[in-house]
Design a protein around this ligand. Structure first.
Ligand code: 0CJ
Ligand code: F3S
Length: 343
């Protein structure tokens, strides 16, 4: 994996900005990771749905959760979005938005057969992996896709070339894959995995297939890896790390695991501040806070308020990179810059 992700300026050193005027005397402090929260692909996907509502009016159908965040989904539902599992649930001729995680060509074809109007909010960094699958399939490679079974992104990506892609999730899967020619194998991955765990899987694959080819560029996206670097930088100092994010959010769940692996004494995932169990705070001085790429920052601010109310009001931001990346909206909706209002 490359050191600096595109669209990201690495902080020259880990910088800690103290927000409170006087340091706490009781040792209670919060380390707040930066970068955290919304990535460029999520911002684009949420704006896509908001603009579709604005232009076409409700109801707007969205296949699957636009992003894996409970607050975002509930807010959009209140504004007139109908979330469906499959395009077959969308009335003929209606408008459907495809989620940030991407869809297979079969889903596009089904939507076309049913005369649906579609807007594709797939993150461009997921589309990039789809294109890699197509390219390697055309060149007749066997493709080892490292990813989590059942995750929507993996279903969409492997759907580009189902007869060429084999999913590698657990270490056991490495022994189960079959290839036609060990000299024509490549590994690709889901965008939201643990960087370290993925490299372990690659090492295992390379033991079986010494000539396995690497992806042309990192598939784990800049946002996923930057959030892991930031949480790692503070984890060893934290008695507790609280990650704001939903249970079905792969990148958010990885932040809990990475925090624990990097030395945090305890770590939990919560959707909302009210889900924090007060017993987690017993004997705790330093609380680390971060959030997944699908999480509006208002939820982090609510958590900071909740912690301040219990004495953790000394907040220091730990910055490991500054992200500058933004993506253009889908073609159908382009008319000037916008910023999602669910933030
Ligand atoms: O796969 C993606 C395009 C990531 C979208 C942002 O995060 P989230 O939580 O919706 O999805 P993951 O479960 O993939 O992390
Ligand atoms: Fe895209 Fe990565 Fe976000 S793949 S949606 S930039 S988590």
């Amino acid at each position: 994996m490359s050191a600096a992700s595109p669209g990201t300026e690495p902080a020259t050193s880990v910088s800690i900005d103290a927000g409170a005027e006087a340091p706490a005397t009781d040792g209670k402090r919060v380390l707040l990771a930066k970068p955290r929260g919304y990535c460029a692909g999520v911002d684009r996907a949420v704006i896509t749905v908001e603009k579709a509502l604005e232009i076409y009016g409700p109801p707007v159908y969205v296949r699957k959760e636009i992003v894996h965040n409970r607050h975002v989904v509930d807010t959009l539902r209140e504004r007139g979005v109908i979330f469906v599992e499959e395009t077959s649930e969308v009335p003929e001729g209606a408008l459907v938005v495809f989620s940030a995680h991407g869809v297979s060509p079969a889903v596009h074809a089904e939507a076309e057969n049913r005369n649906l109007r579609t807007i594709d909010a797939t993150c461009p960094l997921v589309t990039k992996v789809h294109k890699e699958v197509n390219r390697f399939a055309r060149e007749d490679y066997d493709i080892m896709l490292i990813g989590h079974e059942g995750h929507e992104e993996v279903e969409g990506t492997s759907g580009e070339a189902p007869d060429r892609v084999q999913l590698v999730d657990s270490a056991d899967d490495v022994d189960k894959v079959n290839v036609r020619d060990p000299n024509k194998v490549v590994w690709l991955s889901q965008t939201t995995l643990s960087v370290d765990e993925t490299m372990e899987r690659v090492d295992q694959l390379r033991e079986r297939f010494p000539d396995i080819a690497d992806p042309p560029s990192d598939d784990i996206c800049y946002a996923t890896s930057n959030r892991q670097v930031a949480v790692k930088a503070m984890a060893a100092e934290c008695d507790l790390v609280i990650v704001v994010g939903s249970g079905n959010s792969s990148n958010s769940r990885r932040l809990v695991e990475v925090a624990l692996q990097a030395g945090a004494r305890d770590a939990h995932l919560v959707d909302f501040a009210k889900e924090v169990d007060e017993t987690w705070l017993e004997g705790v001085e330093t609380v680390g806070v971060t959030s997944g790429a699908s999480v509006p920052d208002v939820l982090v601010m609510e958590l900071l308020e909740w912690l301040a109310g219990r004495g953790w009001d000394d907040v220091q931001e730990v910055t490991t990179a500054n992200e500058k990346i933004a993506f253009a909206l889908p073609r159908e909706l382009r008319s000037g810059a916008a910023q999602s209002s669910v933030r």
